[in-house]
Design a protein around this ligand. Structure first.
Ligand SMILES: [Cu+2]
Length: 156
């Protein structure tokens, strides 16, 4: 089998488990949290998910923690001239009523800093999300191969 075929197969596997891989917390639905495998010495990793607010009031993601990272921040990627820059989003991440906020490569993401061990394909990485109103929930990031993107995620 070719390498790309294997990668495709891995994506299909990651996606087939994705339908069961969502969480409900009050009015919020957290969809398919995932991350990419990291090189052995990588100090950081991006993590991605969607948050849908089915309620009528805004909520806000105010804190993210993980036992495998020393800190987790919400980052925003922006073009400044020809340079892609990441910066921490101040004041957390607002989830407006009726909206789905998508964290995806090249855009918003969770930046996991000070990784205690590399992410390996197939790992389930525990992350705790705290929302201002809905409260706290534990989710698991599904780790896909380096460079891969699950097909159902919105990306450009
Ligand atoms: Cu970042």
């Amino acid at each position: 089998m070719t390498r790309s075929l294997l990668a495709a197969l891995a994506l299909v596997l990651a996606c087939s488990t994705a339908s069961a891989h969502s969480y409900k917390l009050g009015a919020l639905e957290i969809g398919h949290p995932w991350a990419r495998a990291t090189p052995p010495t990588a100090p950081t990793a991006g993590a991605f998910l969607t948050v849908k607010n089915t309620g009528t009031t805004p909520d806000r993601l105010i804190s993210i923690t993980s036992p495998v990272a020393s800190a987790v921040q919400v980052h925003e990627t922006k073009m400044e001239g020809n340079v892609m820059r990441m910066r921490e989003r101040d004041g957390g991440l607002e989830i407006p009523p009726g909206a789905t906020v998508t964290l995806a490569p090249g855009n918003l993401h969770l930046m996991m800093m000070g990784l205690k061990e590399p992410f390996k394909q197939g790992d389930k990485v525990p992350v705790t999300l705290v929302f201002e109103k809905a409260g706290k929930i534990d989710v698991e990031l599904v780790v896909v191969p380096i460079g891969a993107t699950p097909k159902h995620d919105e990306h450009k």
